[in-house]
Design a protein around this ligand. Structure first.
Ligand code: BTN
Length: 324
């Protein structure tokens, strides 16, 4: 744990902690304590310093700071390195640059705001400052390229599990990896990778989640939603991010332990909002319609045609066809 994280665990909102006590417990000088307090203030912590009383935490910033996240993480791989950015173009681009510099597997890039966030199919992804979760996780080893679609389904399941655990609401999933609530988009997953025929060199597993965003009155009203809009309450983004990293770590260890991702596929089917619906899927070969009939063991969408034949789709953009 960093010295700043340890200082934060020593000071509280309820009472003052003397500089002398902190310096003794952390085995650092009182002037070193003060220097770290200044650094914490620079990160947005409001800390009162009262002569003869000591320090008191007045307010924590609503930011996804590593100093808050690290002490709560109990992961094996994911989050071994956290790269925190107030603002960036896209966390996925940052992750790619870090891979070029040989960053550790499990590195997570976190941004408060993205200027050119992107989604699947070349879409734009909005990340206004301080309202959402936008992360990219770097993975190198363990899975065959054929498992990549399952990894992205599993990432969506991990996000749904984290949302349920922290907020009590149960999102639905839309193949291949969208997170929905009440028919509106709550989040999405973007998996990018570099692979040879039988070996993945790297994967960037990215997630965008709308947490405290407000869409009502914006052009996205009716299409997008957030946890705040779904529950009426603001949620701690830190708690949600910790739960998400914990779940992603489980996916990762399940994938590399040879245990396979089948349990995630099964859970995806349970949360599948397309199941049994008439859907139209835009693919690179044109649009295809049918009744959604689940996901096969490779992560492909099964579509039952009017002739009862099943088509397996590897990728595409699915939408439910309104029934007259
Ligand atoms: C989609 O639904 O199309 C996927 C959205 C993925 C958005 C995330 S936010 C973090 C990461 N950085 C990006 O630019 N995109 C992904």
């Amino acid at each position: 744990m960093s010295v700043e994280a340890r200082i934060l665990s020593e000071i509280s909102e309820e009472h003052y902690s003397s500089g002398e006590d902190i310096s003794r417990k952390l085995n650092i000088s009182r002037s070193a304590v003060w220097k770290h307090i200044v650094k914490l203030r620079q990160q947005g912590y409001e800390i009162e310093a009262a002569p003869r009383h000591g320090y008191r935490l007045v307010r924590r910033p609503d930011k996804l700071l590593p100093v808050e996240i690290i002490p709560q993480l109990k992961t094996e791989k994911v989050g071994g390195r956290l790269v925190y950015l107030e603002e960036t173009g896209s966390t996925a681009d940052e992750a790619r640059e870090l891979i070029g510099r040989g960053t550790l597997e499990g590195t997570v890039v976190i941004a408060e705001k993205q200027l050119s966030g992107r989604g699947r199919m070349g879409r734009q992804w909005l990340t206004p400052p301080g309202e959402a979760i936008a992360i990219s996780v770097v993975l190198y080893s363990g899975i065959a390229p054929t498992q990549a679609p399952l990894l992205s389904l599993s990432t969506a399941v991990a996000a749904a599990r984290a949302v349920s655990a922290v907020t009590g609401i149960e999102p639905q999933l839309k193949w291949p990896n969208d997170i929905y609530y009440g028919g509106r988009k709550l989040g999405g997953v973007l998996v990018e990778m570099s692979a040879e025929l039988d070996r993945i060199k790297w994967i960037i597993d990215s997630i965008g989640l709308n947490v405290n965003n407000r869409f009502s009155g914006t052009p996205l009203e009716g299409k997008a939603t957030s946890i705040y809009e779904a529950t009426g309450a603001r949620v701690s983004r830190t708690s949600l991010l910790v739960a998400l990293l914990q779940e992603l770590d489980r996916v990762w260890s399940q994938a590399v332990s040879g245990g396979g991702l089948e349990p995630y596929r099964v859970e995806f089917e349970r949360l599948d909002m397309l199941q049994g619906k008439t859907v139209s899927v835009k693919t690179t070969d044109g649009a295809i319609s049918g009744t959604a009939a689940g996901i096969n063991t490779d992560g492909r969408l099964l579509l039952r045609g009017s002739d009862d034949n099943i088509t397996e789709l590897f990728s595409g953009e699915a939408s439910i066809v309104a029934q007259m």
